[in-house]
Design a protein around this ligand. Structure first.
Ligand code: PLP
Length: 267
């Protein structure tokens, strides 16, 4: 028998194509040497071309999964991905409080997933208030891409100066740290992610690869960051680790089906 590895709980949806969602989370967590647990929020009918159906898990069942896992197995970090609805966000908030996830206790990474890369909605329009009002103030780190930044703050980021303005607006919503991902700043030759804690900006530059195979990249980044937090890393250390992990995963992404293939855990 060996000692149990750190545990990370992912609160997220399933991608039947195996590219994003809990499938990306679990393989990333495995690759990072931690044990992944799941509170499933929704089942998506999905392939490389997009999402054609969504079936939500009842909100009380999502909350019960969190409590069940945390009270027995114990988690050292948690992350949220596709949360689907306001009802699910409202149900998981007291569950997180009950088991001490977020709000300065066990680290909580909130990846505010709102749509797939093909534009299919993964979060109801009326759930944004719950995301901002309930989850952001409890988050150790929020990791929006620029489409999510626009939805959440109304700021359309066009350059690195806007990225700083957006980071300040997001930080004012209550998370300890904000990571504004620059991958969707399409005419920037680099992918520059910006980390901010209300005082200091930390720039994380990285290469931009000319590929359409980036499915699951947001989930993979947030999961790798969560694995490092579960091992006790500071937020800047964990984000640097996640950035290295995602750069290598995009570099080795592979085609699948007729559409967008996933970033790869095989280096
Ligand atoms: N499907 C599920 C279940 C997801 O959680 C996500 C992202 O978090 C996606 C699809 C979208 O991934 P992408 O934007 O890389 O297509």
């Amino acid at each position: 028998m060996t000692e149990a590895p750190p545990r990370v709980l992912t609160i997220a949806g399933s991608d039947s194509g195996g590219g994003a969602g809990i499938q990306a989370d679990l393989r990333t967590l495995f690759a990072c040497g931690v044990h992944g647990c799941v509170a499933l929020t929704a089942v998506t009918v999905q392939n490389s071309l997009g999402v054609t159906g969504v079936s939500e898990i009842p909100a009380d069942v999502v909350a019960a999964q969190i409590v069940s896992v945390a009270e027995d197995i114990g988690v050292q970090a948690a992350k949220t991905g596709m949360l689907a609805s306001a009802q699910i966000i409202e149900a998981i908030t007291p569950a997180l409080d009950r088991v001490g996830i977020g709000a300065g206790k066990t680290p909580l990474v909130v990846d505010p997933v709102s749509a797939s890369m093909h534009g299919n909605p993964l979060l109801a329009d009326n759930a944004l208030d719950a995301l901002r009002g309930l989850l952001f103030p409890r988050a150790t780190l929020v990791t929006p891409n620029l489409d999510e930044v626009r939805l959440i703050t109304g700021i359309a980021v066009k350059d690195r100066e806007d990225q700083r303005v957006a980071a300040k607006a997001l930080h004012a919503m209550g998370p300890e740290w904000v990571l504004v991902k620059g991958g969707h700043m399409w005419d920037d030759p680099e992918c520059l992610d910006l980390l901010y804690d209300g005082q200091e900006f930390i720039e994380l530059p990285g290469p931009r690869y000319d590929t359409e195979h980036t499915h699951g990249s947001g989930d993979t980044l947030a999961s790798s960051i969560s694995s490092a937090l579960a091992r006790g890393a500071s937020v800047p250390e964990a984000v640097r680790f996640g950035k290295e992990f995602i750069v290598r995963s995009v570099a080795t992404a592979y085609p699948l089906g007729a559409g967008s293939g996933p970033v790869s855990p095989f280096w």
